[in-house]
Design a protein around this ligand. Structure first.
Ligand code: H2P
Length: 777
C-alpha cells in the first residue's frame, strides 16, 4: 500500500478519524506506524557478519519522527500529505523529545547509531527504556523547577515490544523480567536498519491473588511496583548518595539483559562452543555505567557454561572496549563493596577473580606491595569501575585528542605505562543528517546547490565550498540564511518564553549541561562587565547582542541552580534597563533539549565553548555550531583545539590559559588577589553579595561568592579559574563584537567554519571505531 494511504487507513481504523479531524498525537502515531510498515521488510540482521553492540545507560535520541522520515526519504511525501489536508507540517513539533539522556554522552550515542546505520555498519544500541526521561525544566521567579518527563503520553509508535524475548535478571534481593522494546535505527536512504534495544523492568509475579483475596491490595502489587522502579527514571548527572543502590541495579539490569540476549542468539548458532564469540560480537562500554557487564559475562561463561577462568577472561577482553568521556572525578564510578555485594552477590566473586588476575599480572611486571594500590579494582572497600574497564578490555579511548593525551599523561598514566597499546583516541563527531540537513534546511539546500548532495553521507565534501569563500554573492546568500534562521528562532522564542528578541542583533549562545567547569558563570560575569562598561562609557561601539543560555542543572546540584538564578537575575536587570534597549538582551531559555538545540544552533553567530582548559573532554555542540556557520569563542580545550586547527585560528576567537598554563598556575593561584587588584573583577563578583541581585534569601549567591574566593572543604578557591581567564575572555568577546560589524569579512569566517567541518561528522568517528576497535569495517 502507498505510504499516504497507509496513514489514512491507520487513522480510520485506529481512531475513526480523517486527517483533518485527527489530533497531532493521532497524526503522529498514524504517520509513524505507516513508516514502520514501510521499513519492516528491511529490518533484519545480516547473517554471518560480526556485530558491534553499544552498551549505554543513555540514548538521547530527541524527536524521532522527522529524522526517521527523512532517512526513509518519506519526509517530503509526508509534508505534502499534511499540506493537502490543510495541516501544517510543523504539527509534530508538539510531540516532545525522547529525552533518555542527560547531555553530550547520550547524544553522542544517538549520533553514532545514525552514522553506523547510514554507512551499513552492523551496530546495535542496548540501554534502558526509562519510564520517565530527563526532567522537564521551567523557571519560577528565576529558580529552576523540575517536573516529570512523561514521554510515553504521546504513544511510542517507533518501538516494538518483544515479550517473547524477555529475560530474567536476578539481584540479591529481587528477580525481575527485562522486556525488550526494539526501535529501528534507520540509515540515510533506508537501506540499513539496525536496532536500538531498550529494556523495561517488569515484575515476575504480576499480581498476587492470595494477597488480593485477603484484601491486602498494596502488598498484592508490591513486587510488581518494586520491579518497575528499576527502569522508572533516568538519573540526572549528579553525585548524590541517594539512589546509589537503584543506580547500580539499573546498570546491572540492562547489562545483564543485553548480554543474555546476545548470548541467546550466539548459542542458537553455535551451541556452547564459545570460541567464535569475540569474532562475532564487539561490545563498547559507553563510559563506566555498563562496566558491570564485564564480571557478568564472566559469571555467565564460567558459572552457567563452565568455561575455565583463563578462557572466559580472554573472551571478555577480546569482546569489550571502553570509552572514557570525562576526567571529572564524580564520573569515575566507584561502588562501596558492601553495597555491591548486597545488590549483586553472585557477581561480586567474579570481580574478585578479575582483581586477583590483575594482581598476578602486576606481580609479573614487578609491581608489588603498595605500588599496586593505584591499580587494584577492589581497594579501600570500593570497587573501581574505570580500573576494571581498562584492565578487562582490549581498548580504552578518549573522545578528543587532548583528552586522550590527558588520560595517558595524567589521569590514567599508570595504566598507560602498563598497557600503552590499549590506549587510543576517537575524536567525537555529530551526524550532519540531524544537525544540518534537518535542522537547517535553507543552509542544506544552499550547500547542495553549490556542491551537490554528497555531503549528506560524506561530510568531507564540504571542503569543496572553500574556493567560494571569496565570492561576495555567495557570502551574501550565506548571511541571508543566518538572518532567516534568526527570525525563525525569534518567533519560536516569543511563543515559548513570551520574550521578543531582536533578530538583527548578534546571537551569542551557550547551551550545554549546567556545570561549574563549563563556566556559565564566567559568561554571566562577562555580560555584566559589558553592561557596566556600556553604562560607564568604557565600552563603545558595541554591536547589539542577544546573549542566550540553555541548560539544565541536576536537581541536587545546588551551585548549578544558583548559577541559573544568577543569570536570570542578570537578564531581569538588563532587559528591564531602558538604557539597554537596542544594545543587549539576555535570555535563559527553559527546558533546553535536543529539539530546542535544533532551533538555536542554526541561528547562532557565536558559539560559547569556554570550559577551563583540560576539563571538557571533547564537547559536541561546538561541532554543531561550526557546521552551521558560527565562530567559536572558546578556550583551547576538548575538540575546540581540533576545530580551530581545521577552520583556522584567525576564523575563531581563542582566549585563556592553556592546559599547561593552568598546570603551572595551580600552586600559586590566588583568586582573591586578582579580585582585590582588578576593579572590574571585583565589581562583577561583588554583585553576588552587594544587593544588586536577590537570591530570594536562599544564600545561594553568597555560596557562589565563597566558592570563588574562599573555596570549600572539598576544593580550593575558584577551582575552575574563572577569575584567571576573565579579562582575556572579556577582551576577546569585545573583539568578536567589533569584527562582526564588518559583515562580509565576519561572514567569511562563518563560511569557512562550515566549509571545514568535514572532520566532525560522526560518520568519520564511527568508521574509526569500526576499523580500529571493533573490526567490523
Ligand atoms: C560528556 C563530556 C563531553 C563529551 C561528551 C561525549 C560526558 O558530555 O563532558 O565533553 O563531548 O561526554 O563524549 P556532557 O558533559 O555533555 O554530558
Amino acid at each position: 500500500m502507498k505510504f499516504e494511504k497507509e496513514i489514512s487507513s491507520f487513522l480510520e481504523l485506529e481512531y475513526g478519524k480523517t486527517p483533518q479531524d485527527a489530533t497531532p498525537t493521532q497524526l503522529y502515531n498514524a504517520v509513524s506506524k505507516a513508516a514502520m510498515r514501510f521499513l519492516a521488510p528491511s529490518w533484519h540482521k545480516q547473517p554471518g557478519k560480526k556485530r558491534a553492540c553499544y552498551f549505554s545507560a543513555e540514548f538521547l535520541v530527541g524527536r524521532l519522527v522527522y529524522s526517521n522520515l527523512m532517512n526513509l526519504r518519506l519526509l517530503e511525501k509526508c509534508e505534502d500529505y499534511l499540506k493537502q489536508h490543510g495541516i501544517d507540517p510543523a504539527v509534530f513539533e508538539q510531540i516532545e523529545d525522547d529525552a533518555l539522556g542527560n547531555g553530550g554522552l547520550g547524544r553522542l550515542a544517538a549520533c553514532f547509531l545514525d552514522s553506523a546505520a547510514t554507512h551499513n555498519l552492523p551496530l546495535d544500541g542496548y540501554g534502558i527504556r526509562y519510564r520517565y526521561g530527563l526532567f522537564k525544566q521551567y523557571f519560577k521567579d528565576g529558580f529552576q523547577k523540575e517536573t516529570a518527563d512523561d514521554w510515553l503520553r504521546f504513544g511510542d509508535p517507533w518501538s516494538v515490544c518483544r515479550p517473547q524475548e524477555k529475560v530474567m535478571v536476578e539481584f540479591g534481593d529481587q528477580k525481575v523480567w527485562a522486556v525488550p522494546y526494539d526501535m529501528p535505527v534507520i540509515g540515510f536512504g533506508g537501506k540499513t536498519i539496525n536496532t536500538l534495544r531498550l529494556w523495561e523492568a517488569q515484575g515476575v509475579n504480576e499480581f498476587d491473588f492470595d494477597l488480593f483475596n485477603k484484601q491486602q491490595y498494596e502488598l498484592a502489587v508490591k513486587e510488581r511496583d518494586e520491579a518497575e522502579w528499576i527502569s522508572a527514571v533516568l538519573y540526572p548527572n549528579d553525585d548524590t548518595p541517594q539512589g546509589k543502590r537503584l543506580r547500580l541495579k539499573q546498570q546491572y539490569f540492562f547489562s545483564s539483559a543485553s548480554l543474555q540476549s546476545i548470548l541467546r542468539e550466539y548459542v542458537a548458532r553455535h551451541g556452547e562452543d564459545f570460541s567464535f564469540f569475540s569474532q562475532e560480537y564487539a561490545i563498547q562500554l559507553n563510559d563506566t555505567h555498563p562496566t558491570v557487564s564485564i564480571p557478568e559475562l564472566l559469571r555467565i561463561l564460567m558459572g552457567e557454561y563452565h568455561l575455565p577462568f583463563d578462557q572466559a577472561f580472554t573472551i571478555v577482553k577480546d569482546t569489550f572496549a571502553y570509552t572514557n568521556h570525562t576526567i571529572m572525578a564524580e564520573a569515575l564510578e566507584k561502588w562501596d563493596v558492601n553495597l555491591f555485594v548486597s545488590v549483586l552477590p553472585s557477581v561480586y566473586p567474579y570481580v574478585v577473580m578479575i582483581d586477583d588476575s590483575l594482581k598476578r599480572e602486576l606481580r609479573s611486571c614487578g609491581i608489588l606491595g603498595g605500588d599496586q594500590e593505584k591499580y587494584k579494582i577492589v581497594c579501600t572497600n570500593m570497587v573501581h569501575m574505570a580500573r576494571m574497564a581498562i584492565y578487562a578490555t582490549h581498548s580504552t579511548n578518549g573522545v578528543a585528542r587532548i583528552h586522550t593525551e590527558i588520560l595517558k599523561d595524567r589521569v590514567l598514566h599508570e595504566w598507560f605505562s602498563l598497557y600503552p597499546d590499549r590506549f587510543n583516541n576517537k575524536t567525537n563527531g555529530i551526524t550532519q543528517r540531524r544537525w544540518l540537513a534537518l535542522c537547517n534546511r535553507p543552509l542544506a539546500d544552499f550547500i547542495t546547490q553549490k556542491i551537490g548532495d554528497g555531503w549528506i553521507t560524506d561530510l568531507d565534501q564540504l571542503e569543496r565550498l572553500r574556493p567560494l569563500a571569496d565570492d561576495s554573492t555567495v557570502l551574501a546568500q550565506f548571511m541571508e540564511i543566518k538572518a532567516e534562521k534568526k527570525k525563525e528562532l525569534c518567533a519560536y522564542i516569543k511563543e515559548q518564553e513570551g520574550v521578543q528578541l531582536c533578530a538583527d542583533f548578534i546571537f551569542d549562545v551557550q547551551i550545554k549541561r549546567l556545570h561549574e567547569y563549563k563556566r556559565q558563570l564566567l559568561n554571566a560575569f562577562c555580560i555584566l562587565d559589558i553592561y557596566f562598561g556600556l553604562k560607564d562609557g568604557r565600552v563603545k561601539d558595541f554591536y547589539p547582542t542577544v546573549f542566550l543560555f540553555g541548560a539544565k542543572a541536576a536537581p541536587g546540584y545546588y551551585r548549578a541552580k544558583g548559577i541559573i538564578k544568577f543569570i536570570n537575575e542578570i537578564a531581569r536587570l538588563i532587559n528591564g534597563d531602558p538604557k539597554m534597549k537596542g544594545k543587549m538582551q539576555v535570555l535563559f531559555v527553559q527546558n533546553y533539549n535536543v529539539s530546542y538545540a535544533q532551533k538555536l544552533i542554526p541561528a547562532a553567530d557565536i558559539s560559547e565553548q569556554i570550559s577551563t582548559a583540560g576539563t571538557e573532554a571533547s564537547g559536541t555542540s561546538n561541532m554543531k555550531f561550526m557546521l552551521n556557520g558560527a565562530v567559536t569563542l572558546g578556550t583551547l580545550d576538548g575538540a575546540n583545539i581540533e576545530i580551530v586547527e581545521r577552520a583556522g585560528e584567525e576564523n575563531n576567537y581563542i582566549f585563556g590559559a592553556t592546559v599547561q598554563e593552568i598546570e603551572e598556575a595551580r600552586d600559586s593561584y590566588h583568586p582573591k588577589k586578582l579580585y582585590e587588584e582588578n576593579p572590574r573583577i571585583k565589581r562583577v563578583v561583588d554583585t553576588l553579595i552587594d544587593g544588586t541581585f536577590s537570591d530570594g534569601k536562599t544564600g545561594m549567591f553568597k555560596e557562589l561568592y565563597d566558592s570563588l574566593l574562599e573555596g570549600a572543604d572539598w576544593h580550593k578557591a575558584d577551582q575552575y579559574y574563572l577569575l584567571l581567564d576573565f579579562i582575556p575572555y572579556c577582551e576577546q568577546r569585545l573583539k568578536v563584537n567589533r569584527d562582526y560589524a564588518d559583515r562580509l569579512s565576519f561572514t567569511r569566517k562563518c563560511f569557512l567554519n562550515t566549509a571545514n567541518a568535514g572532520k566532525f561528522s560522526s560518520d568519520r568517528t564511527i568508521m574509526e571505531y569500526a576499523n580500529e576497535i571493533w573490526d567490523i569495517g
